[in-house]
Design a protein around this ligand. Structure first.
Ligand SMILES: [Zn+2]
Ligand SMILES: [Zn+2]
Length: 340
């Protein structure tokens, strides 16, 4: 089968083809697993963190991709999922099911958490295998391409919003406006219709897109919104927005950082952290780690209920490297998806 692989750590400023196209033996389902014929796979900023070594695969080569939509072609599991079913695979490939975290609805924090496309081959390939317990039926309402971004951008966006603990009417900020944030904006207007959303983004293009989607206000990362905010979700890969976001929080406000890793090149911004301005008055910072199956199921259910189709930009399978570089270069409008 054809597959794109990460075979080494590389610097995307210097390399234009970080993934290699290879021929691998076709995957085979082991006990408890299903084999999927992949139809679509979302492209996520996390692939860049893997390629550049901030959260590298433990072994090479590794097939990336953790927003996978496929058709079940074979099964060696209980039969809860049948041949011909269309299902999705998310970042959570498996968790132990027995630790204190798994037993308390926090399987995202499991010490044995395995990530699809980092710790196990993912969806940038014609086929992949996955434990039956870690797939999700995809509602007919979504095309393959539309369903892919629900599985990471949407699911982790849902988790980030839950961690804000919002109430209807509270003002919520989003700093960074990529695939996840645009889904969160739609989710806020559905779940909390009285709340206003304030979007901070570097590019004029992203700021305009936010207003088109219903944001009350949009400005540059360093701009001050007209009101202080109850909570802010940061989806950027850098530090500068963290400092500026903390300034925009109300007393008792919470900043939720939705990033698996932060880049190191602007850590000097952390030296600007001024306790009375940025943290006093019981402001909080919380990170988001991974997703649970519940997050994925809930976001898929909500997206179908709100009849919301994510904005997607599709790429042929052959152009995986172009899709990666487009994300690196912030050439972003909605979510990017590889089509097989
Ligand atoms: Zn992702
Ligand atoms: Zn566990």
């Amino acid at each position: 089968m054809k597959a794109w692989v990460i075979d080494k750590i590389s610097d995307l400023k210097a390399v234009t083809e970080p993934l290699s196209l290879v021929d691998l033996p076709k995957s085979e389902a082991k006990a408890g697993e299903v084999l999927l014929k992949v139809k679509a796979c979302g492209v996520c900023h996390t692939e860049i963190d893997e390629i550049e070594g901030r959260t590298p695969p433990p072994t090479f080569p590794m097939v990336p991709g953790h927003q996978v939509v496929g058709i079940v072609e074979a099964t060696k599991a209980t039969g809860a999922v049948r041949i011909g079913d269309r299902v999705g695979v998310a970042w959570i490939f498996s968790a132990c099911g027995e630790c204190e975290f798994c037993l308390s609805d926090q399987e995202n924090l499991c010490p044995e958490f395995l990530a699809t496309g980092r710790d196990h081959n993912g969806g940038y390939a014609e086929y992949m295998t996955v434990p039956e317990k870690f797939v999700y039926p995809i509602p007919d309402y979504f095309s393959d391409a539309e369903a892919a971004p629900l599985l990471c951008a949407g699911a982790i966006g849902y988790r980030s919003l839950e961690l804000c603990q919002p109430e209807n009417g509270q003002n919520i900020g989003l700093t960074g406006f990529g695939a996840s944030a645009h889904l969160v904006l739609k989710l806020i207007s559905f779940l909390y219709p009285e709340s206003k959303v304030y979007v901070f983004a570097r590019s004029e293009h992203e700021r305009r897109f936010a207003l088109e989607l219903g944001a009350a206000w949009s400005g540059d990362t360093t701009d001050r919104p007209p009101v202080l905010l109850h909570s802010i979700i940061d989806t950027t890969p850098v530090w500068k927005p963290v400092i500026y976001a903390l300034e925009c929080l109300k007393p008792g406000g919470r900043l939720v950082i939705n990033a698996i890793r932060k880049e190191a090149h602007d850590t000097d911004y952390l030296a600007k952290l001024d306790y009375p301005t940025h943290l006093w008055m019981e402001k909080e910072i919380k990170s988001v780690a991974n997703v649970t199956r519940h997050d994925v199921q809930e976001f898929i259910r909500l997206a179908a209920e709100m009849q919301f189709k994510p904005e997607v930009q599709t790429y042929p399978f052959s152009e995986a490297n172009r899709a990666i570089l487009d994300i690196k270069n912030r050439n972003i409008k909605g979510a990017k998806v590889l089509m097989l």
